[in-house]
Design a binder for this molecule. Structure first.
Ligand code: AMP
Ligand code: GLY
Length: 425
């Protein structure tokens, strides 16, 4: 088959490597891709927001299967537009992608189908929002309804902070994404991510992970897309996995089907493990980044076969198998991330890092210029290692980081610390 993967981040490099290894894959194209994906297939320049251009590329390259990596094209209906032209895709249609595209939509599905989650209210008017905030008190969570690239959530410790966040969002601070806000009960516990491969009817557990969203050591500093992750999530025991599938994932899938918007693709549940059991924080409708960089190295089954089964409603006949090993990834980011960053500093040593036992380096924001690998984004590399324990995987990943010569970058030195403390207890 000819396969097209849409996207250009570390997630797409990890997916590209797994897709290229599939016995079903004759040719892999990545659009637009990055220098890492270029080693897995053919990168093609493409404006992925131009759905007609994507369809034209599919015709030209005789694409048999399309895998959509990021959320924006899913929310914009790329799968609908390609499927209508006869191209089979992995990923949800526009209506089902609302599970990520609208936080209010997800909360209402959760309420209507009895899925455990935070109590919430929706507002478009600041005075009503403020009255509700005063009634509820802090701590409390304020969220923009729409996609806001990780900037749409404020966990407010004080009422003043909560009111300021509501004013800023409803005042247009995040553009259209904040035209409506949600005010949510603040859930307390440890967070974990659970992935489920879905074909509209059946859901199959597809790994667990935990990430570190804050920029600096000790989970301090500004929120980012993720500075590191590990898999599996040790807190998610087999019994808890079953509870999450039974109380959260399967009811969501059934509810979406009942609403006439069956969910196909990868459903990524962000959960709070509270004293009363697991509760849904949010859904994403795609693989996480950097979570894909710790899931893919552990997957033993053929990714492409699983994705085709998800597209074709055949997940009842197939089960993924996983390595017993753990994986841990450390993000190397440009100084200044998640704020403004420079471009063009030279990165050396990626090959030396990859020569180390168990280490893979995924490209996230790199470019090839004048024969050199350069930094071309906020998150630049994901240095991943597999090993029998998370502690061992951490040692290997940091040995990989040490092999990389990039003075303009920074990284956290404590990825996995909670899991490792537990492992050693
Ligand atoms: P999100 O953008 O929805 O992933 O939210 C970003 C982060 O905000 C989450 O990873 C949580 O740490 C936190 N968060 C979101 N909703 C809640 C909630 N209801 N209670 C506590 N923390 C939350
Ligand atoms: N790492 C968080 C995300 O992909 O949304």
């Amino acid at each position: 088959m000819n396969v097209l993967l849409i996207g250009s981040g570390g997630r797409e490099h990890a997916l590209a490597k797994a897709l290229a290894a599939s016995p079903l894959c004759d040719a892999l194209f990545i659009a637009p891709g990055n220098p890492g994906t270029a080693a897995c297939g053919t990168n093609l320049p493409l404006d992925i927001a131009d759905h007609e251009a994507v369809a034209a590329l599919c015709r030209r390259e005789k694409i048999d299967f399309v895998v959509v990596g990021p959320e924006a094209p899913l929310v914009a209906g790329l799968v609908d537009d390609l499927e209508e032209q006869g191209f089979r895709c992995f990923g949800p249609r526009r209506t089902a992608a609302q599970l990520e595209g609208s936080k209010a939509f997800t909360r209402e599905i959760g309420r209507d189908f009895g899925i455990p989650g935070a109590a919430f209210a929706r507002f478009t008017e600041i005075e009503k929002a403020k009255a509700y905030l005063r009634e509820r008190g802090a701590p409390i969570v304020i969220k923009a309804d729409g996609l806001a690239a990780g900037k749409g959530v404020v966990v407010a410790a004080t009422l003043a902070e909560a009111e300021a966040a509501a004013e800023s969002m409803l005042g247009g601070g995040l553009g259209a994404a904040g035209a409506e806000i949600l005010v949510e009960e603040c859930l307390v516990g440890e967070e974990a991510s659970v992935f489920a491969l879905c074909d509209g009817i059946h859901a199959v557990l597809f790994g667990t992970a935990q990430d570190h969203k804050r920029a600096f050591d000790g989970d301090e500093g500004p929120n980012t897309g993720g500075m590191g992750a590990y898999s599996p999530a040790p807190l998610v025991t087999p019994a808890l996995e079953e509870e999450i599938m039974a109380r959260i994932i399967r009811p969501t899938l059934a509810g979406m089907r009942e609403r006439g918007m069956p969910f196909l693709g990868i459903l990524y549940a962000g959960l709070m493990l509270t004293a009363e059991g697991p509760k849904l924080i949010e859904y994403n409708v795609r693989f996480g980044d950097p979570e894909a960089e710790v899931l893919m190295p552990r997957l033993r089954s053929d990714l492409l076969s699983l994705m085709i089964a998800a597209r074709d409603g055949a997940l009842d006949t197939i089960r993924p198998s996983w390595s017993e090993e753990a994986a841990l990834t450390v993000i190397m980011a440009s100084r200044g991330y998640p704020g403004r960053v420079g471009r063009g500093s030279v990165i050396r040593g990626v090959e030396a890092a990859e020569a180390l036992e168990g280490v893979s380096v995924y490209h996230a924001g790199t470019a090839q210029e004048g024969g050199e690998l350069i930094a071309a984004g906020g998150r630049v590399l994901a240095v991943t290692a597999t090993a029998p324990t998370i502690g061992e995987a951490q040692k290997r990943a940091y040995a990989g980081v040490a092999a990389i010569d990039w003075p303009e970058g920074f990284f956290r030195r404590d990825i996995g610390f909670r899991a490792i403390v537990r492992e050693n207890a």
